[in-house]
Structure formats: structure tokens, C-alpha cells
Write a protein that binds this ligand. Structure first.
Ligand SMILES: NC(=O)c1ccc[n+]([C@@H]2O[C@H](COP(=O)([O-])OP(=O)(O)OC[C@H]3O[C@@H](n4cnc5c(N)ncnc54)[C@H](OP(=O)(O)O)[C@@H]3O)[C@@H](O)[C@H]2O)c1
Length: 289
């Protein structure tokens, strides 16, 4: 298989490297900023900073770019490029409507399109244990299954284009809301001087527990947010996208509007590129000396 992976960011790089471990697949890694391509040629990948080169020479185009705007700039800004005989697999988190519009443009240029957003982060991409959710033609999903099975254990077909994007946003809304809710409870525990382990033991034994609480506990209690797998800026992007989709769907988003404000405050405090659990800094600011 001849595959190009677009975007050597936090997720795209381990995805490209995982695919490159398959002996008979040739992988082209594209990134706008050339520095992020360093080290990949030694691992057998072909590297390029030219989107045209990455599009023209391969049959499968896997996208791990920040957002819909980046996808349009990289893939669609040159109106002369045809996608005939190419399959675009979009793995970033974008809105259902953006995904549908990009699909329509790819199809107009004679290509095929699947959305395949993922739950999980860098460790899961490295291990091939991402939760891969796919929207588009079911036959095309079946044809691309060998790729999805390298990245995730049990790739799921969800429905038409837009449905997997919506499911992914629904999951990321939970990341934002659960993290904000846990931050608030942890903040009260700490300010009232309740023993942390007593709180956690009762929470763990209750129906209120979510594993993400333990995953983020040490970062929050140590106030250590460096080296993120998933940065605060992307959580804000996804919260915006969810709010737009939910407003169109007629849902009451008052709760999430508050969470969005908290994430915006974290960005204003220079926490855009830290782990998203840094929203704890806003919910429970460090005591002033
Ligand atoms: N990190 C996670 O845990 C995770 C998990 C699931 C889903 N996702 C989603 O997957 C996508 C990628 O996430 P990530 O964490 O890998 O993001 P990231 O580290 O911020 O990487 C973003 C990538 O997009 C590229 N890019 C942005 N704007 C561009 C433009 N205008 N033209 C060309 N390239 C552009 C960047 O290139 P440069 O290097 O040149 O800036 C970089 O390669 C996002 O939609 C994210 O929400 C992330």
C-alpha cells in the first residue's frame, strides 16, 4: 500500500511510524514545518514538506491535521489537484458539517473520503490500541480495514460521513466536562484539608467514578502540566465544535458554556500548550504566597 500521512504533530507522527512498521507498506510523511520530519527518514519513511508531492504519489491520504482550516489549506487550496483513485482518511477531530463539506469537495474531485476520528492519545497510537470510529461508505470502510486494524484493535463502523465526527465530539465533551467537574471537587477537598486518599477511595468505590480522574490526579495535585499528549488548545477547539453542533441540534448547553469559559481562562494564562488537566489551575488557583 502507498500511504501518505499529513501532519507530524503529537498524533500524526506515532500514527505514521506505526503504519511504517508494516513491511510492504511505503509511507510518506508530510509536515508543513520541516523540523518535525527529523528522524523519520532513518525509520524508513519518505519525508516531504510539499503537500502536492504527498498527494500525487500515493493512493491513501491519511490526515492528522489540527482542524478543518488546516485540512483545506493542505489538501484543497490548489484547485487543480485531482483526487481520482485516491482515498482520503481524515483522522483529526473536526465538526460533522466540516467533515461533510470536505467529503463533498474530495468527491467532486473524483476521490473517496472516510472520516476516522480516534479516541486515545500518543501511547495508544504507538501500541495500535486507538478507538477508531469510521464514517462514510461501509464498503470503503471494509476496504480500508487493514489500515484501521494496525491503529486500533476493533475499528468501528459508525454510519455516514458526519456520524463518526459527531460521536467523537460527544466523547470529547465528556473529557472537558469530567475534567472540570473533577477539578472542582478536588479543589474543595484540598482547600478543606480532607485527606486525598480518603476522598479517592470513596470516589473509586462509587458510581460517580471515572478512570480519567485517576489518570489526571497526580498532574493536578502536583500542578505538573508539561509534556502533554493532548493540549488545552485542542480541548478548547473541540469544546467550540461541540457547542456549535449542539446549538444547531437544539440542545441546552449552559453547563458546557461554563466549562468553555474555564478553558478560555486557562489559554489566557498561557496554558494552551500544556496538558488539558491544567484547567485545574483556573478552577483551583494556587494559593498566593
Ligand atoms: N493529541 C491527542 O491526544 C489527540 C487525540 C485524538 C485526536 N486528536 C486530534 O487529532 C488532530 C491532530 O492532533 P495533534 O495532537 O497531533 O495536534 P498537533 O500536535 O497540534 O499537530 C497539528 C498538526 O497540524 C499541522 N497544521 C496545523 N495547521 C496547519 C496548516 N495551516 N497547514 C499545514 N499544517 C498545519 C501542524 O503542522 P506544523 O508542525 O507545521 O505546525 C501539525 O503537524 C487534532 O484534530 C486533534 O484534536 C488529538
Amino acid at each position: 500500500m502507498k500511504i501518505s500521512v499529513f501532519g507530524m504533530g503529537l498524533m500524526g507522527r506515532p500514527i505514521a511510524q506505526k503504519l511504517a512498521q508494516e513491511n510492504y507498506w511505503s509511507i510518506v510523511a508530510y509536515n508543513r514545518t520541516p523540523e518535525k520530519l527529523e528522524g523519520l527518514a532513518d525509520k524508513g519513511l519518505t519525508v516531504t514538506s510539499s503537500p502536492q508531492e504527498a498527494i500525487l504519489n500515493n493512493d491513501y491520504l491519511i490526515l492528522s491535521l489540527s482542524d478543518g482550516k488546516a485540512i483545506r489549506e493542505v489538501l484543497l487550496s490548489d484547485a487543480g489537484i485531482s483526487f481520482a483513485d485516491k482515498i482520503v482518511i481524515q483522522m483529526g477531530t473536526i465538526a460533522p458539517e466540516e467533515s461533510k463539506a470536505i467529503a463533498a469537495e474530495i468527491q467532486r474531485r473524483r476521490g473517496q473520503y472516510l472520516e476516522a476520528p480516534v479516541l486515545g492519545s500518543i501511547p495508544e497510537a504507538k501500541q495500535g490500541t486507538l478507538l477508531v470510529m469510521v464514517g462514510g461508505e461501509e464498503k470503503l470502510f471494509q476496504a480500508c480495514l487493514p489500515i484501521f486494524q494496525i491503529l486500533g484493535k476493533d475499528p468501528q463502523y459508525i454510519g455516514p460521513v458526519g456520524s463518526a465526527a459527531a460521536l467523537k465530539l460527544a466523547l470529547n465533551q465528556l473529557i472537558a466536562s469530567l475534567t472540570a467537574a473533577f477539578s472542582l471537587s478536588l479543589g474543595l477537598i484540598q482547600r478543606e484539608g480532607v485527606e486525598l486518599e480518603k476522598f479517592m477511595n470513596i470516589l473509586r468505590a462509587s458510581a460517580l467514578y471515572a478512570p480519567t480522574f485517576d489518570k489526571k490526579l497526580s498532574r493536578m495535585s502536583d500542578r505538573h502540566f508539561a509534556n502533554p499528549n493532548f493540549p488545552t488548545k485542542h480541548l478548547l477547539k473541540d469544546t467550540h465544535l461541540f457547542l456549535q453542533a449542539a446549538a444547531t441540534a437544539g440542545l441546552n448547553t449552559a453547563g458546557l458554556n461554563g466549562v468553555q469559559k474555564i478553558i478560555e481562562q486557562a489559554i489566557a494564562q498561557n496554558l494552551a500548550d500544556t496538558d488539558y488537566s491544567a484547567i485545574y489551575q483556573v478552577v483551583n488557583p494556587p494559593p498566593t504566597p
